[in-house]
Design a protein around this ligand. Structure first.
Ligand code: ATP
Length: 207
């Protein structure tokens, strides 16, 4: 999957967050969207995913040169982000079943193996509302990374993770992000140092 941005801009009320973004995100490549707090990284990510509309410009999704409808792009993408809500009443096992009723799991995985991968087997039947912030973050990352989608979007992927959790995240990326279009919003180098390309959002504020 390629994503092509042509003159993309987004504003909230009168404030332009970024403008004139022309960029090609190419299949199988990894990209880090960088910038200080409040600079617009998450806003750009949400425009890319289609959960926010651009205020100007055009966004095109291409699957092997075939145009993909923006409405259909959702099923080709997986996201882990702080603003993404989990269904609090579900147990972890129920959430896994629910998530993978919409998306295919990566080859060689099943619900039990995913619980083991998460190292949360003992919490399998616990409702998500009782999960710690680190457990929630692991869950979001595992669901996104283990979805068999051509694009993977991660916003602040190691927030709430401890040192062990960060190592776990890097291993997850190593195993499951290859051959995907990977886009990471971050301002912490350990989250994105392996990315092939960097986009500095500040560059799109000079208007
Ligand atoms: N719904 C909204 N209405 C008005 N302004 C908004 C809205 N969402 C975001 N903004 C503003 O857009 C700007 C960019 O926010 P955004 O969350 O994209 O930044 P960020 O780079 O991801 O920040 P952080 O690193 O803190 O997560 C901020 O000034 C923010 O206040």
């Amino acid at each position: 999957m390629d994503i092509i941005l042509e003159n993309i801009g987004r504003r909230f009320n009168r404030e332009w967050i970024f403008k004139s973004v022309n960029y090609h995100f190419l299949h199988g490549n990894s990209y880090a969207i960088l910038g200080p707090n409040g600079s617009g990284k998450s806003t750009l990510l949400q425009v890319l995913i289609g959960s926010l509309t651009a205020s100007e410009g055009t966004i095109r999704y291409l699957d092997e040169d075939q145009k993909v409808d923006a409405d259909m792009f959702f099923s080709s993408s997986a996201l882990a982000a702080p603003y993404q809500e989990l269904i609090e009443e579900f147990t972890l096992r129920e959430l896994i079943d629910f998530h993978f009723s919409f998306k295919r799991m990566e080859e060689g995985l099943n619900a039990q193996l995913l619980l083991e991968l998460l190292d949360l087997e003992r919490a399998a039947d616990k409702e998500l509302r009782y999960f710690s912030s680190g457990m929630r973050q692991r869950t979001k990352l595992a669901l996104a990374c283990c979805s068999q989608t051509p694009t993977l979007f991660l916003d602040e992927p190691t927030s709430n993770l401890d040192t062990q959790g960060i190592a776990w995240y890097l291993n997850l990326i190593e195993r499951f992000a290859k051959n995907k279009l990977l886009i990471i919003c971050s301002n912490q180098e350990h989250e994105y140092s392996f990315c092939q390309h960097q986009i500095h959002i500040e560059q799109y504020k000079n208007y």
